[in-house]
Ligand binder design. Sequence first.
Ligand code: AQP
Length: 347
Amino acid sequence: MSEPVQTPQTFPTRIFSGIQPSGGLTLGNYLGALKRFVQKQDEGIETIYCLVDMHAITTWQDPIKLRQQTREAAAGFIAAGIDPTRSILFNQSQVSAHAELGWIFNCVARMGWMSRMTQFKDKAGKNSENVSLGLYAYPALMAADILAYKATHVPVGEDQKQHIELTRDIALKFNNDYKENFFPITEPVIEGAATRVMSLRDGTKKMSKSDPSDQSRINLTDDADTIAKKFRKAKTDAEPLPDSLEGLKDRPDARNLINIYAALADMTPEAVITEYAGAQFGTFKPALADLAVAKLSPITTKMSHLMQDPAEIDRILGEGASRADAIARPILDQVYDIVGMIRSRQV
Ligand code: AQP
């Protein structure tokens, strides 16, 4: 792939990330992404967070549910600690720079790069002739989401690492092709004990909001009883917990529960295994359920409170979109200039 022609330029630190409102938020989204989003905001970094509704429609979405899920995800962000006055919070379709830059990046990204995207292969499966063109092109739109703000860092879960690498390749190729040091080469930020939370039914599969089995995931809207029941029924084996992480090497279901505990408790997985060495799952699972309820139920309660005022959520998203547009539009205008488009319309 492309080599940089320019010497590295420093771009001011700016964080961008997003979540698809293609279903309810899961514990995977929370631990892999949302919890980190809040930490970055609280560190005082400039943070821009987006509900990527245009990505959501790469697979069919019922329009009424999509609106509901977008509001619910916004409520989830705020309930988890995103402060819309300190971070910019909006939904993608309200800032057209994403789609416009996405098209330009469709013309920069190479077919060979796109065909290597493992998430497309996983999602399309054997049905690749019948999925939408948008699902295939989605990583180029994701690159536009990030680079429309010249974001330097993107907190994500492990599954998005390849898409950030593609974003870097697109930025490098654009900079090389147009001999401009225009876009930063964005860094993924993949941190913590739960960068890849696995399904509660299958420790080798990612926990996902679109998994047909609701038992496979914890939703941020689940009540305490449901959370406890799901952890009680989570797939495990009959062995007690070992005294070191090495002992979990071939036990993905057990490893997943240890990682979830560690991430929720802000501990290392090593510390959790030391604490529970020799324990049976009959002891560990209720402790995990109690911890999850303690951490998640304040978020769930706040979310349902916020959801009682959908007009206020829409107002917050609209205001966030105006602030996002004020950053992205001038960047996009420069991109149009760089690629040679006439910009003579009076506005
Ligand atoms: N299981 C997970 N563990 C850790 N991080 C995760 N993320 C998602 N699932 C996990 C992170 O959450 C952010 C938003 O992801 P997304 O909603 O845009 O898309 P996704 O990665 O495709 O998530 P889902 O839940 O699997 O959605 P569907 O089912 O609609 O495809 C990203 O930072 C992601 O890494």
